[in-house]
Design a protein around this ligand. Structure first.
Ligand SMILES: Cc1cc2nc3c(=O)[nH]c(=O)nc-3n(C[C@H](O)[C@H](O)[C@H](O)COP(=O)(O)O)c2cc1C
Length: 204
């Protein structure tokens, strides 16, 4: 569909403004209300627009429901104790608290199967990254704050077992979404820093 020139300009300006005004908001600053069921569906549909070589769909999202938050806090605590048998109480409290923030909490999982010689793991990871960026932008467009967060617990066998991950799956990060109490803007790198012309080394 070709839009009239004015409309194209509007869409380009809107897209630039949407992308340029997105900043991560730490989960502790994300409060209710969060996305409702219809909005959550639209967020996942946005994620599903990610480029995906051979349509492998190498990722999935697991929602941690409200009634499962204490269970997740117990899991974080257990993972902390696996690393440090007698941790300081404040460290335990901090790790438990991560389970309780943000009204919408999703776990992003990356999959290495099915095998496809043409699609290495790096490409699959790019697909998940693109999916998450689309989700973050869609959440921002709905007026919500959001952030991706990881942590050592996600890389532990205990965590993988608790989430029922397959041997071909890896927990990558949490996605927290909610109403932002505050948004901290920060400078972005300039295009100049990130873009250069190819200059092949002279091997003649
Ligand atoms: C997969 C992934 C995991 C991340 N995990 C954390 C984390 O555990 N803690 C953290 O402070 N930032 C983490 N970040 C960075 C934040 O999500 C965010 O990108 C950063 O704070 C910069 O904010 P911005 O999105 O406004 O540029 C992670 C980013 C990615 C892509």
């Amino acid at each position: 569909m070709t839009a009239p020139p004015d409309a194209e300009d509007d869409v380009a300006a809107f897209t630039q403004a949407l992308i340029g005004s997105r900043y991560s908001v730490a989960p502790k600053h994300l409060h209710a209300p969060g996305p409702d069921a219809a909005q959550l569906q639209r967020l996942v549909e946005a994620a599903a627009t990610a480029p995906d070589h051979h349509d492998l769909r190498p990722w999935r999202l697991l929602r941690i429901a409200d009634h499962q938050r204490l269970r997740l806090a117990d899991l974080f605590e257990a993972c902390s104790r696996d690393r440090v048998p007698t941790p300081e109480p404040r460290h335990i409290e901090r790790s438990r608290a991560k389970a309780l923030h943000a009204p919408l909490l999703l776990l992003a999982v990356l999959r290495s199967s099915p095998e496809d010689e043409a699609v290495p793991y790096t490409e699959r990871a790019v697909t998940l990254g693109a999916a998450l960026m689309a989700l973050l932008l869609a959440a921002h467009g709905m007026g919500y704050g959001a952030m991706l967060s990881g942590g050592r617990a996600l890389r532990s066998p205990r965590f993988a077992q608790a989430f029922g991950l397959g041997a071909d799956e890896q927990a990558v990060c949490f996605v927290s979404v909610g109403t932002a109490a505050q948004v901290q803007r920060r400078p972005r790198p300039s295009a100049h820093e990130l873009l250069a012309d190819w200059a092949p080394p002279d091997i003649g």
